[in-house]
Structure formats: C-alpha cells, structure tokens
Design a protein around this ligand. Structure first.
Ligand SMILES: *[C@@H]1O[C@H](CO)[C@@H](O)[C@H](O)[C@H]1NC(C)=O
Ligand SMILES: *[C@@H]1O[C@H](CO)[C@@H](O)[C@H](O)[C@H]1NC(C)=O
Length: 525
C-alpha cells in the first residue's frame, strides 16, 4: 500500500514536510518513475538509461529501500508516439540495473491505463486493444515474466461508474460489502466489486496472449498466476466534472453524482482495508496479491482545466496537509519492524546485536530453536528488531537502528513466528492413501498450484512431498485449527520447519504461498 506523490501544483509543502506527513499517516511506499519525456532517449541509448538508473535509483541505495521502478506512465494514452519504444526502454533500464547488480531487487515495470483492455465486460471477454495486443503487450509480458516483475495496471472504477449509460450500482462501484453483485454469464463467477471485475478482465486479456493464469491443472483448479498484476494507480476524485475527452457524460442524480467526498472516502477506505487485511484475491484468482498505490497524495492545482475539473481533486490531502476525508493506512493499529536488506550484513549484525542486548527476546533464533531457520542475517535481524519494537510498545523511534530497519503496517513474511507449526504427510501410509488425501485437500481449499509441473514445489516429485505441501497449505489456511491436520490419519503436526528439497512450506495462511514471482512493489521510504 502506497501513494503517488504528484507535484503538478504551485502550492505544495516542501519535501521534508511531505515525508513527515507520509510517515505520520502510516504511508510507507511511493512510486519511483521515469517520466514519459525520458522514455524515447532511454530506449534509443542504453547509456541514458544507465545514467537515469544511477542518478535516480543507485545513489539512494541502501538508505532508501527501492523495490521497483516505473518506466513512463500510461504511455499508450498520454504519449502514443512512444508505444513502439516502450518495451525497449524497459529492457535498457533493466540492463542498467543488472550492470549494477540491482536487477534482482529492483524490478522494472510500466503503468498502463485500463483503456488498454479493449473489452472488459463480461470479464471473461477481457482482451487487449488489437493494435497493441501481440505487438506490444506480448513482448512486454514476456519481459515481465522473465525478470520476475509484474504487470502494472491503473484501475479507475470511477470512470465506468461516472458514465450514466452504464447504470452501475454505487456499492458495487466503490466496493462496499453487501451489494447485489454482477455475474459473468460465461463463467458464472460472481463479482462484488467493479475493481475485481476490471482486474479479472485483465487476467483474461493476459490469458489470451498465452499468459494463462486462467487455465486449470489436472485437478481442475486454477494454476498460479504467471505474471502478477500490481496497481500503481487507483483513486477516486472527491469533486468536479470530467472535462477531458468529453466522451463520458457525468453522472448526476439524487445521489449527488460520482465525484463526491462520500464516494471517494468509501472507495479508498475499502481499498486500503482489503490490502491491509490480505483479502486481495479476485473471483478468478482467489490467491492474487494486490499492491496498490493510491492516486494521489495531494490535490494538484496545475492539472486539468480548473478547480472544477476532477483532475485537480484526486488528493487524499489538501495542499495545507489537511485530509480531504478520513482514512487510515495503519490497519487497525498493528505494525511490525523489519530489517532492511539493502544495508548489508555488517549493519544488520549491528542492529541484531543491539536489539538482542537491549530487551528483544532472541531465544527463538538460537541454533536449534524454532526460528533459527532460515539462518540468514536478514531473517535473524528482522526477528530481533521486531521483538525489540514490540517490547517497546511500538514507540516512535524504536524501529530505526541507524536506517537498518523500517516500520511496516502489513504483516511481513520475513518475521518468523516462534509458535509456528506445520502439517506434513506420513510416508508410511503408502502412496495410494496419500493420493486420496491429496486430492481431497486440493479440492477443499489447499493451494496446489506450486506442486504442478514446472511450479516451484513440483520437485521433489514424490507423493509424500506433494501431499505435505497440500496438507500444510490446508492447515495454514484453516489457521492451524485443531483437527485440520489429520487427513484420515495420513498427516501429523511438526514444530520445526520441514525441509523438502528446495521447497519451503509456508507457515502463514497465505502471503508466503502465492506465486514465486517477487512482489513487484515499488519503493519504500
Ligand atoms: C485546508 O484547506 C482546505 C481546502 O482549501 C480548507 O477547507 C481547510 O479549512 C484548510 N485547513 C486548514 C487547517 O487550514
Ligand atoms: C507464543 O505463544 C506463547 C504462549 O501461548 C505466547 O505467550 C506468546 O506471546 C506467543 N508468541 C507469539 C510471537 O505469538
């Protein structure tokens, strides 16, 4: 969860005040973007891409954690002349990162306007615009797949809702619970949010180019998503009219129209709550993750055609740093402290030593204890700094460690839970009973995508390994409730992380067991 910090305005606060504002409000991520004006040069000349990477990314490491960069923004709409050079620019930026040894930690993507999806309803009809589908989107998806990045789509359900011709239910548009929902007549899938319908339309469009996240495995279950989607922009204006293009009429009516504070507040808070609660799946891909950057931080007075243009009214804050409406990025108040990999092992060791010597409970990361594995500096330091931070009551300043750690408001994967347990299959019962139990688990909510051929936990290709993966997934998803690790006597609970080849069995309900593709989020302050 992050924001877009746009600066097309002449009345915004200075940047250090903005950083404080972000931190005070629990906003930990902003997008790093190469502007459209640079894209043609970066595509033409690798050394220009290299200079940009050096000046805008490398020099800020490791003090700033940068997970990804966006090359251009909505190029197909805003700068159609760059359409044909966009992928080359992305490749040159990636190559420059690779030269600096940064390509694994900093992913390259480009935000695409949803108008690139030509047909979006019903979602199963989703397809990319024919002029760019095979010529641009296919090579881009190949690139994103090969580099472990994600497809970045900007979703604005507001625009569909605002068009009076569409007659869209308000609760469905803003993502309120308990709305009548919309069914896809082809698949029977039920959508209770317009955003999810747009996300699935995009997954179907990807599938039509061979990125078939929608195909079924041999058990009839959807396979993992081959290229993840992230949402570098989503927002809702709090007032104004749609001035640009003039194609869309503006919804007016007894409900006060589309661009209202009430609608913006409902949409943004529903979005924040979904991300922070981990409830990010879609009907087609119940396990899909969703990184979202809210557009935008401020109302920007130099955009569009005047104060009554919606373009000036997407902000979470007025320029005087007052909230336009109430929202909360803190997710109910919980927060965690995690170590910053970019500072290197030496500084991680210093943070670890300090935390363990000053009140953190470090017993679980000693040799032989539950959280000794994974035995890395990063994992041990994260455990220690978080223990310190929690024991200090999450007080301000207790998660700094000279820049070696940062606060996050989403439960992080990298902090081991000393009370964890896992469910594993018992080889002695024989393959036949294991297969029966495996089929049952996969058909009752276990995530069996990672044990399909080619997926990260296919090897070792044995019945006991596959059954362990499936049983454990079922067990974690049921929050390790008593009785959820039995499978007709073929399974048992263990309290040490089991090692099965290179496959790591997750110990949380979902975040660790999604796709092998890295999470593709952008930059954290
Ligand atoms: C901030 O600006 C908004 C919009 O102009 C205004 O309504 C609000 O009163 C201002 N708040 C403060 C504290 O000045
Ligand atoms: C682990 O369980 C113990 C005993 O139930 C509890 O006191 C402790 O807080 C738990 N630790 C964590 C990190 O949940």
């Amino acid at each position: 969860m992050g924001v877009n910090y746009g600066v097309v305005a002449d009345n915004l606060p200075d940047t250090s005040s903005v950083v404080r504002l972000l931190k005070d409000n629990g906003i930990t991520m902003v997008v790093v973007m190469m502007p459209n004006e640079k894209v043609a040069d970066a595509a033409r000349d690798p050394s220009i891409a290299g200079d940009w990477v050096w000046n805008q990314v490398a020099v800020y490491l490791p003090a700033t954690q940068i997970n990804g960069v966006a090359v251009g923004n909505e190029v197909f709409d805003m700068r159609p002349d760059l359409t044909w050079v966009l992928v080359q620019a992305m490749k040159n930026v990636h190559a420059a990162l690779k030269n600096l040894g940064l390509a694994d930690s900093v992913k390259v993507t480009t935000p695409i306007a949803f108008s690139a999806v030509d047909v979006s309803f019903p979602p199963s009809d989703g397809r990319f615009r024919p002029d760019i589908a095979w010529s641009v989107m296919k090579p881009m998806l190949d690139f994103l797949d090969q580099t472990g990045s994600s497809l970045s789509m900007n979703f604005y359900p507001f625009f569909a809702f605002n068009d009076p011709a569409n007659q869209i239910n308000r609760d469905y548009a803003v993502g309120n619970p308990n709305n009548p929902g919309v069914q896809d007549p082809m698949t029977g899938l039920m959508y209770s949010s317009l955003l999810d319908a747009q996300r699935d339309a995009t997954y179907y469009a990807m599938a039509k180019l061979g990125f078939s996240g929608s195909s079924k495995n041999s058990l009839g279950l959807p396979r993992g998503v081959p290229v993840k989607q992230s949402v570098p922009e989503s927002g809702w204006p709090s007032r104004g009219q749609v001035k640009k293009g003039g194609r869309l009429g503006t919804r007016v009516g007894s409900d006060g129209g589309a661009a209202t504070v009430a609608n913006a507040q409902a949409y943004i808070n529903n979005l924040i709550n979904r991300v922070l609660s981990g409830n990010t799946g879609t009907p087609l891909h119940p396990d899909a993750d969703m990184d979202v950057y809210i557009f935008a931080l401020f109302n920007e007075n130099k955009k569009g055609s005047g104060p009554d243009d919606i373009e000036q009214n997407f902000g979470l804050f007025y320029p005087n740093m007052t909230k336009v409406y109430e929202f909360d990025f803190h997710g109910g108040g919980a927060s965690w402290c995690v170590a910053n990999a970019a500072v290197g092992d030496q500084r991680l060791q210093a943070a670890l030593d300090f935390a363990c010597g000053n009140g953190a409970d470090c017993s679980a990361i000693q040799p032989g204890a539950t959280c000794f594995e994974p035995n890395t500096k990063l994992a041990h330091a994260s455990f220690a700094v978080n223990s310190y931070y929690q024991n200090k009551g999450r007080a301000p300043g207790t998660c700094d460690f000279d820049g070696a750690a940062f606060v996050t408001f989403q439960e992080p994967d990298e902090i081991c839970d000393p009370n964890a347990s896992w469910c594993v299959a018992n080889a002695a019962v024989g393959d036949q009973r294991l297969q029966t139990a495996l089929d049952w688990a996969c058909g009752h909510g276990a995530d069996c995508g990672p044990i399909q051929p080619g997926a990260k936990c296919f090897d070792p290709n044995t019945k006991v390994a596959h059954a362990s993966y499936a049983f454990n997934s079922y067990y974690q998803r049921n929050r390790r409730a008593p009785g959820t690790c039995d499978f007709a006597g073929t399974a048992s609970v263990v309290f040490q992380a089991p090692k099965i080849g290179n496959c790591v069995l997750p110990w949380k309900s979902r975040r660790q067991e999604t796709t092998p593709i890295s999470d593709g989020s952008y930059a954290a302050l």
